[in-house]
Design a protein around this ligand. Structure first.
Ligand code: IMP
Length: 199
């Protein structure tokens, strides 16, 4: 029987990227929902790492499988790293990203490009069957554009631009975004750590 990894997220967009990035592992990857685990986890940590560990440990209580969880977000330097760990909750969970993205662009009105620097951050936590905890972090540097662009990706992708490609991460094809992204980098580091341990 294939080994199982349960990914502690209810976010379908993240799950799609995660499945692509972990596709080369010979394991079954299940979302929390697919594993039949229904939990409302309070993300009350103050760092991405703390929140990832909180989520992974909460799910690990309900399974013997390897559990992974990520916590990610956007840090805008000019806004003192807002929205940061509150990225999903910024302006309310139910507010559309069209509105959130426009709000962030408006808050940077008149700010020159060199002060619009930002990064996506992703912390991934694993809880192994022996309860060992591993944490990895990945980042991608970019800047907040002057208008949203692109249909790919999700969340803040339309306003997050990368200099190397001179476009937003919502304009990159999925495989290119995964190659460059915070989530891609953190998950590949996690894959290497797991290969040496339990895979
Ligand atoms: P989490 O589920 O608490 O980790 O929320 C992460 C939030 O950060 C998401 O809901 C998005 O708003 C934002 N975010 C994280 N990664 C990305 C990404 O790759 N693109 C765009 N937005 C992202």
């Amino acid at each position: 029987m294939k080994q199982k990894i349960i990914f502690a997220t209810g976010n379908k967009d993240k799950m799609r990227e995660i499945r692509m990035i972990l596709a080369d592992l010979d394991v079954e990857i299940l979302s929390m929902k697919e594993a039949g685990i229904v939990l409302n986890i309070e993300e009350n940590g103050t760092t991405f790492e703390e929140n990832a560990v909180i989520k992974a440990k909460a799910v690990a209580k309900h399974t013997d499988a390897i559990v992974l969880a990520d916590d990610s977000g956007l840090e805008i330097d000019y806004l003192n790293k807002e929205p940061g760990v509150y990225s999903a909750r910024y302006m309310g969970e139910d507010t559309s990203y069209t509105i959130k993205n426009q709000n962030l662009i408006d808050r940077l009105e008149g700010v020159p490009k060199e002060q619009r620097t930002a990064r996506f951050v992703c912390a991934i936590a694993a809880v192994l069957p022996d309860q060992e905890v591993i944490v990895k972090r990945g980042t991608i540097e970019g800047y907040i554009g002057y208008e949203p662009a692109g249909e790919n990706g999700f969340g803040y992708d339309p306003i997050f631009y990368v200099d190397e490609y001179n476009c937003s991460t919502a304009q990159l094809p999925a495989d290119k975004k995964n190659e460059l992204s915070h989530r891609g980098k953190a998950l590949r580091a996690m894959k290497e750590a797991l290969r040496g341990k339990c895979l």
